[in-house]
Ligand binder design. Structure first.
Ligand code: NAD
Length: 500
């Protein structure tokens, strides 16, 4: 058998092995016999090297004019377009989601890179009148310094790009840790930035585990801020570590999103939305529609058709054009999904379809699970409240919009919500009353556009937003600037005012 390729860390403009020389395997979740490659099992020493390089590079990069930084990023976006198919295929092999979805993941990176590179010629501050004559008042954005970034595996190129590109255009340098299950896509992204001409040390990438790489990055005194996307549990731990060193932190965490189907909804549309929201990426999206609140008047018809569609979903290797749903990411996730199915049964929800690991034939080398639907669930059940992060959808019957909104808002999370209705008044009530960072009308809970703010409330976030103009607030500090060109003491200026 051919030796698997070895992928190094990217530190100070060089692709280098980690100091310990240890590596870990990255295997295809659809076929565990396939090794994607060996990646560096890094530790604190490698994080320190990467941060030192980022500190050194920061002095020049922050003074390099933003429009010039942007030129490099525009070049990176063009290169991403050129490599899109290759990167999407690599991503399907390392994390399992189907090719149309991994192409979408790379496309999000392209969109974000073009969009944010445009900020190189904007990055507006504001100029306001001063209280005094002959005085100018304005505000400008300034970079933070070294930004540390920790990412999950479910959007292995989109999420790193959503953090790195706004940080870079604003004049920060970056040290980013890849997710254990998907290090290849971040290697691809960093190689693209390198090819585009990013100066040495401005972007640094270290692979490895959370405790060995993520935690030292969070604790490092020279890292000015941490941008984290992942589970709420780990996000809380990151926040605690940041609090003790007054480190700015940006958290994007878990979700338990809802689709509300009203009695006047176009049911075909709603079923389509529930299907792709629930089972796209095998349910492993922070925005996955893992709960449905369906009006009792249409509940039976909706449930019958939804179950039928879910039963016919083609599950398999995401590289196969006919496949609609890939595997889950790893053995631990398969085990979590199975455990929640048992919890749902024990709680008394009705398992209408699925519920089993797929282990026969070509499935036996991967981590496949049947698309699973629980009906007649109570909103208090754990399967209706906790993030499962797998192909499991819980359907809750409701009496109307008021109850649907109450159920929707009753969980700890607040990322995404959706309403299917033909009544514009109901749509606006949902827009107003859902306490989520994103609301969709007659569309599923998934599918963000890069020029709008992305993020959630409550246990999903800590008040920041990724993407859109809001991303600049995460990666810059405001500085107020007062310029007095009167040549007089302030007292004299005030006297002059009183004389008017
Ligand atoms: P995770 O929390 O297990 O891991 C996320 C990252 O944190 C990984 O890189 C991991 O190595 C690192 N990490 C783990 N322990 C750490 C520690 N002690 N210190 C520092 N870093 C540490 O999450 P995951 O399984 O990779 O991703 C799934 C989760 O991510 C889900 O909860 C999902 O909802 C969430 N997510 C949220 C968004 C969003 O925008 N809100 C987007 C995608 C995924």
């Amino acid at each position: 058998m051919a030796k698997p390729p070895v992928f190094n860390n990217f530190i100070d403009g060089q692709w280098v092995p980690c100091r310990s020389g240890r590596t870990f395997e990255n295997r295809n979740p659809a076929d565990q016999d396939e090794i994607i490659g060996l990646f560096q099992e890094s530790s604190e020493a490698d994080v320190n090297d990467a941060v030192d390089a980022a500190v050194r590079a920061s002095q020049k990069w922050r003074l390099f004019p933003a429009p010039k930084r942007a030129e490099i990023l525009f070049r990176a976006a063009e290169l991403l377009i050129r490599h899109k198919e290759e990167f999407a295929r690599g991503m399907t092999r390392e994390m399992g989601k189907v090719l149309t979805e991994t192409r979408g993941d790379v496309q999000e990176a392209i969109d974000m890179t073009f969009y944010m590179a445009g900020e190189g010629r904007r990055m507006f501050g504001f100029t306001v009148p001063s209280e005094l004559p002959n005085k100018w008042a304005m505000s400008v954005r300034m970079p933070l310094g070294v930004c540390g970034m920790i990412t999950p595996w479910n959007f292995p190129m989109a999420i790193p790009s959503w953090k790195m590109i706004p940080a870079l255009v604003a004049g920060n340098t970056v040290v980013i840790k890849s997710a254990e299950d998907t290090p290849l896509s971040l290697v691809h992204f960093c190689k693209t930035l390198e090819e585009a001409g990013i100066p040495r040390g401005v972007v640094n990438m270290v692979s490895g585990t959370g405790p060995a790489v993520g935690a030292p990055l969070v604790r490092h005194p020279d890292v000015a801020m941490i941008s984290f996307t992942g589970s709420t549990e780990v996000g809380q731990e990151v926040a605690r570590m940041c609090a003790s060193t007054h480190k700015r932190h940006h958290l994007e965490m878990g979700g338990k999103n809802i689709i509300m189907v009203m009695e006047d909804a176009d049911l075909e549309l709603a079923i389509e939305g529930a299907l792709w929201g629930g089972f796209g990426t095998s349910g492993q999206r922070c925005t996955a529609a893992s709960r449905l609140a369906v009006h009792k008047h249409v509940y039976k018809e909706f449930a019958r058709k939804f179950i039928d569609r879910a039963r016919h979903l083609r599950v398999g290797n995401g590289l196969d054009k006919k496949v609609e749903m890939g595997p889950v990411i790893n053995a631990a996730q398969l085990e979590t999904v199975s455990r929640y199915v048992q919890i749902g049964k024990d709680e008394g929800a009705r398992l209408a379809t699925g519920g089993n690991i797929l282990a026969k034939g070509s499935y036996k080398r991967g981590f496949f699970f049947e698309p699973t639907i629980f009906l007649d669930a109570d909103p208090e059940m754990r399967i209706a409240r906790e993030e499962i992060f797998g192909p499991v959808v819980t359907v809750i019957p409701v009496d109307g919009l008021e109850e649907a909104i109450q159920v929707g808002n009753s969980v700890d999370y607040g990322l995404s919500s959706s309403i299917y209705t033909s009544d514009v008044n109901k749509a606006f009530v949902a827009i107003r009353d859902m306490f989520t960072g994103i609301v969709y009308v007659n569309a599923s809970t998934i599918g963000a556009e890069v020029h709008l703010p992305f993020g959630g409330t409550k246990a999903t976030g800590n008040g920041h937003r990724e993407a859109g103009h809001a991303a600049l607030d995460v990666f810059t500090e405001w500085k107020a600037v007062y310029v007095d060109f009167s040549g007089k003491l302030q007292r004299a200026q005030i006297d002059q005012l009183e004389d008017l």
